[in-house]
Ligand binder design. Structure first.
Ligand SMILES: [Zn+2]
Length: 156
């Protein structure tokens, strides 16, 4: 999906997840971390929003590991959480970043290319609803946000 879609889905995911963790869903620092997490996996794509801003690192990752490889896998999520915990970051920081990161993976699974969640295994997971950048992408994202908002309003 496009960066703007990942940002919207990341924020929506955090607003749903934060109360479950007894954390403030609208705290700006946590929202920014969720947004950062929602963009981070595409550091493996030099033409992505985050990839353009992290060259030559993104170019190197793309050349060595390819797009939608390790950075779009469970290995990356577990590794990210373990590193942050080891560095002593508070659980709210880790949760917000990880929630954003997971939202990115969930959103990318909605595209036909899917994800190799169990990287380095070659098996891919996909629930193809729209192609990246297609006119359906904002429709799917809007439906997702409306569904989440409806659930939040319904359950307080
Ligand atoms: Zn991605």
């Amino acid at each position: 999906m496009m960066a703007r879609s990942h940002v919207v889905v990341g924020i929506a995911a955090w607003i749903v997840t934060a109360p479950l963790l007894h954390l403030p869903p609208t705290a700006p620092a946590y929202l920014l971390l969720a947004v950062a997490g929602s963009l981070l996996p595409d550091i493996d794509h030099p033409a992505s929003w985050v990839g353009r801003r992290t060259r030559p690192l993104s170019t190197g990752i793309a050349a060595m590991l390819g797009h939608r490889g390790i950075t779009h896998s469970a290995v990356a999520v577990v590794g990210l959480v373990m590193v942050l915990v080891q560095l002593g970051y508070r659980h709210g920081t880790v949760a917000a970043l990880a929630t954003g990161y997971l939202s990115h993976l969930a959103a990318d699974m909605l595209t036909p290319r899917g994800l190799r969640l169990a990287w380095p295994l070659k098996m891919t997971w996909a629930f193809p609803l729209c192609r990246t950048g297609s006119p359906m992408e904002p429709v799917i994202v809007a439906m997702l946000v409306v569904g989440i908002a409806w659930q939040v309003l319904r359950h307080g």
